[in-house]
Ligand binder design. Structure first.
Ligand SMILES: Nc1ncnc2c1ncn2[C@@H]1O[C@H](COP(=O)(O)OP(=O)(O)OP(=O)(O)O)[C@@H](O)[C@H]1O
Length: 573
């Protein structure tokens, strides 16, 4: 492959950019198909972050389907679609966003800001006004189970996603942290498979005995949390129908359980799923659903080999070879692919297009076909220096992910006084359930020791602990045995501790996306929550930069005499 000087320059810049999002095998440029897989991944990682203006680089199987039309600079129209058969609807309607009991925030502009909707889309207003799970057409047995668990009203993103997934659309689900995305994909899946499914469902249950849904999550904790959510809905008699395949646990036992229990749903981390699948102990070719939870993280460079295997094998039509030119397209028809995250940068939209059949972007108040979203402005231009640039889809994704009910502050402290500041902050805010984030594992112990020495119950959670220790710590924290959980990035994504009322950044997050996911551990499902970043004087410029990127007021404050003292708010530039 030959590159011009300009292309090389862009590739180098792309590599240096914040995230190494990439487009996996199905979207490979045709000129790369003959390269060895490892090389292809490396190359596509480059091209994934490369400006999409490079037309030659976007020559993909997907682009041959005529999807990647580029239009710059116009404002997006938030047109919405929905209903059982979108194409059969007679007229296009505008939906007035409603404010539900779960969400006091009006729907934000969709990502990326510069995107353009090119089609006139048909919508079904009723899609966004469901007040109960019955109205969403869920089967009676499933509704009974939900009621038993005290769940009677769908959240907005559930109201939007459930009918769309039930109509067998491939979907990207984006909604802010703590808005109920897990049930938004689980409920339509459980309507189709397992003991709670629709009685009229045509896929004969007797014919299918293998795994029918694979759910992938980037961490063991999140994987286990999803398993518990499925078990909760299935009920005690049927919980063996979901099997966890997370790393760190005994692999042989997982393989035995697969053989013995014949689960319909497996939930796991990429490494363990692909390991067991490669060992021939997990058969997913007949699988109907593939869910990638925290998809933007799963598509990062770290998981590339495992994710490639999963995407290649799950729901693969038997008899098709990956060498067939139509292989990827044929495979896609065998499964529904559902991608989920609070932060959906444009690279995910692009990946979803290449894997899906007419995939749609589902958000709390809108459903938009992905092929109607055009690429953002080139990300490597001069204007990128302006973090508010609508072209910056990563920042925009972070903005969209913040729950409406959060208060953000920052407080200046010398490094050696940070733990004291943390204590004063907890007392001043009377916080009961606190998650404190740090960047490295080693200092966590020290912070826990200092807090405990001053009579504050604290514990640590990080990747160096074994699986059992991790789940025990988390359970005790959720049960209220500890007031403070000191942790690292491991807990930033997906972790659901509804009672968490305060998130502290003891170290600065690396970027606005990390800030948003950390912040999202509080203010879950419409609850109030506070985020306090404790930083040194020299680091305040980073906070100000994130404030700009996230477009939220992060106010300077102090904690004195047991009180929160908010300084003059600096304008959000
Ligand atoms: N319809 C509902 N009614 C009441 N509670 C709900 C409903 N849907 C979800 N929940 C609860 O809301 C909480 C947050 O849900 P969930 O973890 O799915 O959020 P999320 O959007 O996936 O967040 P994140 O982006 O942080 O992963 C959970 O405790 C869940 O059980």
């Amino acid at each position: 492959m030959r590159l011009t000087v300009g292309q090389v320059h862009r590739h180098v810049l792309a590599l240096a950019s914040l995230r190494s999002c990439f487009v996996l095998g199905d979207n490979l440029p045709l000129r790369m198909l003959s390269l060895p897989r490892a090389v292809r991944f490396h190359q596509t990682a480059w091209l994934g972050t490369e400006t999409v203006q490079d037309k030659s680089a976007s020559l993909t199987l997907a682009s041959l389907e005529g999807q990647n039309k580029v239009e710059y600079g116009k404002k997006e129209k938030a047109t919405r679609i929905g209903g059982p058969k979108p194409s059969s609807r007679a007229s296009a309607l505008k939906v007035k966003p409603k404010v539900s009991s779960f969400n006091s925030k009006p729907a934000k502009s969709t990502l990326p800001k510069s995107a353009v909707v090119k089609k006139t889309l048909k919508i079904d207003e009723s899609l966004f006004s469901a007040k109960s799970f019955e109205e969403l057409g869920l089967p009676p047995l499933l509704i009974d189970r939900l009621n038993k668990e005290g769940l009677s009203t769908p959240t907005e993103v559930q109201s939007a996603a459930i009918p769309i997934i039930s109509q067998k659309h491939d979907a990207v689900i984006q909604s802010y942290t703590g808005s109920g995305k897990t049930l938004a994909y689980l409920l339509p899946i459980l309507s189709e498979i397992g003991p709670l499914k629709r009685p009229t469902e045509q896929y004969g249950s007797d014919k299918r005995s293998g795994v029918e849904a694979v759910i992938v999550a980037p961490s063991r904790e999140l994987g286990m949390q999803i398993v518990r959510e499925v078990e909760k809905i299935l009920g005690p008699n049927d919980k063996r129908l979901v099997q966890q395949l997370v790393g760190g646990a005994n692999r042989s036992r997982q393989e035995e359980a697969l053989k013995k229990n014949k689960p319909l749903i497996v939930v796991g981390t990429p490494g363990r799923i692909s390991e067991i699948s490669a060992g021939g102990k997990l058969h997913t070719h007949g699988c109907r659903f593939l869910v990638l939870d925290e998809v933007d993280q799963l598509l990062s460079f770290n998981y590339r080999e495992d994710m490639h295997r999963i995407l290649e094998h799950v729901g693969r039509k038997s008899g098709t070879s990956s060498r067939d030119i139509l292989g990827p397209l044929a495979r896609r028809s065998e499964r529904q692919t559902i991608l989920v995250s609070a932060t959906i940068p444009f690279s995910v939209i692009r990946a979803a297009r290449s894997w899906g059949h007419d995939p749609v972007l589902v958000r709390a108040m809108s459903v938009v076909p992905l092929d109607s979203i055009t690429v953002p402005r080139p990300v490597l231009s001069q204007t990128d220096a302006n973090p508010n640039s609508p072209s910056n889809s990563v920042n925009q994704a972070a903005v969209d992910s913040l729950p409406p009910s959060l208060e953000h502050y920052y407080c200046i402290s010398k490094a050696q006084h940070k733990v004291d500041t943390l204590r004063r902050c907890i007392h001043a805010l009377e916080a009961q359930t606190v998650i404190a984030f740090m960047n490295n594992t080693k200092p966590l112990k020290d912070v826990v020791f200092k807090l405990e020495a001053r009579g504050m119950k604290a514990t640590e959670l990080h990747g160096d602990l074994g699986k059992l220790a991790r789940s025990t710590v988390l359970k005790k924290f959720k049960d209220g045995e500890f007031r403070v959980l000191v942790t690292n990035e491991l807990s930033a994504r997906g972790l659901d501790v509804p009672e968490c009322d305060l998130v502290i950044n003891l170290d600065l997050p690396t970027d606005s996306t990390h800030y948003a996911h950390r912040a999202g551990r509080t203010g879950r499902l419409g609850r109030k929550g506070t985020v306090v970043t404790i930083c040194e004087e020299t680091e305040t410029f980073v906070v100000r930069k994130m404030r700009k990127q996230l477009a939220v007021p992060i106010k300077p404050c102090e904690f004195t005499e047991g009180k929160l003292l908010v300084h003059n708010e600096e304008d959000v530039e």
